[in-house]
Design a protein. Structure first.
Length: 496
């Protein structure tokens, strides 16, 4: 039972960087004890032009049975002979996935202390698994790996017996994946999908398996068209755990659409007060509120004739990505205080895979909106989308001066929740804000009062735009203020 991971390189970026990423030296063959056998890592080839790492798992089928695992649900067939004579030592399965997770733990986590610049970099990868169980056939293999960024997903059926071709093909395939992906992404996909394709696990499923699935599926599973099948099979069709996993994946999908921090998801699940879920409930399943908010922002920027745009508090980069699709925006800068969020945004945007002209239009900066920053001066427009409500009220004046006084873009767009609309959400307990990190949520009157004071102080005019379906009694779910500079300099007497 084994798999190989190959990459190519250049003198500037040698293929042997694979050894740094896997934390396994290409010049050594190493062995690691597992609970069901021995895992070996070695390199059949290791040159600057091409490098291949192999993971070979030697399974002891007798030890597998004697440990009380490998039979019954999730293991080998529950007959005396089948417990000892089965495909576990030969075909990729959850045994190989567990070995992969143990041997390449640092690579799965995206850690490389010696070369920290390597993990985010996409590589030209070729992954080969000679014998892969495919319960569902080769078409299911393509459905699972096809949406994950691979340029090529090739499956070749393994015949039952070459001496008797009339017997036909077995349920096993040889799988070859080729494409430019980050190694961490590729390993996480394999960790999840190997047991899914085998549709069996060699150990009993505990509740912590849901957390393992979500960690390994972070960034790709929630949006996968087969996420329900993947969750069910990965969790050995355990109904309660599968339902729990699907609920959390749906919240992750909504958080992705809304721009919420991925790390806030577990807290939001426990509290059942996730802002992204509330947004989706407000707008209906067809067009999430997050999408309508971005559309409203883009429309306002086009109306203002903005070409050079700041996304202040850009989070995971959804708005930056939308701006990049419109060539009228010639320069786009995302700014956030969180390096984690900027890392996720960079992973989403993949500037290293853009053409030179496209990549020159976008940049990501770390910075706090509570301080003036010379880098932000001179832009046509700035966007503060769902940002101000995350600040403590006493810190708002600092943000106001940093954006409206020091940076002073010609146009500023500010969106924030309308707290009056919260009563329309049955899932939101009375008196709760939409997200646990919100320090406040304003009524329409409060928001207009604040915006009017800011406009008067810094020499702007302000107009108000509803975002989302407007309720006749409580207004829209999101309120947006469009500030337009009335003069080229701040008003005289403005506080510094």
């Amino acid at each position: 039972m084994f798999l190989t991971i190959s990459t190519t390189g250049t003198p500037e970026r040698p293929a042997t960087d694979l050894g740094f990423l896997l934390h396994k030296h290409p010049g050594k063959a190493q062995a690691f004890a597992t609970s069901h056998g021995t895992a070996h890592v070695f390199y059949p080839e290791a040159t600057a032009a091409r490098c291949t790492a192999a993971l070979l798992l030697e399974v002891d089928p007798v030890a597998l049975v004697r440990r009380g695992q490998g039979k019954g649900r999730g293991g080998a067939p529950d007959t005396a002979l089948a417990q000892y004579v089965n495909d576990r030592p030969y075909a990729a399965s959850s045994l190989l996935a567990v070995a992969l997770g143990g041997v390449f733990r640092s690579a799965l986590a995206g850690r490389c202390a010696a070369r920290p610049e390597l993990p985010p970099r996409p590589l030209p990868l070729r992954v080969e698994i000679p014998v892969l169980p495919a319960r569902g056939g080769a078409e299911l293999v393509r459905r699972l790996f096809g949406p994950l960024g691979w340029n090529s997903v090739r499956t070749e059926p393994v015949v039952l017996d070459e001496r008797f071709p009339e017997w036909g093909d077995s349920r096993y395939v040889r799988l070859v994946l080729e494409g430019e992906l980050g190694l961490q992404d590729a390993l996480r996909q394999l960790y999840v999908l190997l047991p899914v394709l085998d549709d069996a696990k060699h150990y009993w499923i505990a509740p912590d398996e849901v957390d393992k699935l979500l960690r390994a599926g972070d960034g790709w599973l929630a949006g996968h068209p087969e996420h329900a099948l993947i969750a069910a099979r990965y969790l050995a069709r355990h109904k309660r755990l599968t339902q729990h996993a699907l609920e959390r994946l749906e919240l992750a999908r909504l958080a992705e659409a809304d721009g919420s921090e991925a790390g806030e998801l577990d807290d939001a699940v426990e509290d059942a007060v996730d802002e992204a879920a509330a947004d989706a409930a407000a707008a209906g399943p067809a067009v999430p509120l997050a999408v309508r908010r971005r559309e409203a922002i883009l429309a306002a920027l086009r109306t203002a004739g903005a070409a050079r745009v700041l996304d202040l508090g850009c989070g995971q980069g959804q708005l930056v990505q939308a701006l990049l699709k419109d060539v009228s925006f010639t320069e786009i800068v995302g700014v956030d205080v969180s390096m984690r969020a900027l890392g996720t945004a960079a992973k989403r945007l993949r500037p290293d895979r853009m053409g030179e002209r496209q990549s020159s239009r976008v940049s990501l900066l770390q910075g706090s909106l509570a301080y003036t920053d010379k880098r932000l001066a001179g832009y046509d427009a700035a966007v503060l989308s769902e940002v101000i409500e995350h600040l403590e009220l006493p810190r708002l004046p600092a943000l106001e001066y940093a954006v409206f006084g020091a940076a002073r873009p010609r146009t500023v767009l500010v969106t924030t929740p309308n707290v009056e609309y919260n009563v329309r959400w049955e899932s939101l307990p009375a008196g709760h804000v939409r997200h646990r990190d919100h320090r406040f949520e304003w009524t329409r009157e409060e928001f207009r009062g604040w915006a009017g004071r800011v406009a008067a102080r810094f020499g702007y005019t302000v107009a108000y735009v509803p975002v989302g379906d407007e309720d006749p009694d409580v207004g829209p779910p999101t309120q947006m203020a469009v500030f337009t500079a009335a003069t080229d300099t701040p008003k005289e007497g403005e506080a510094a």
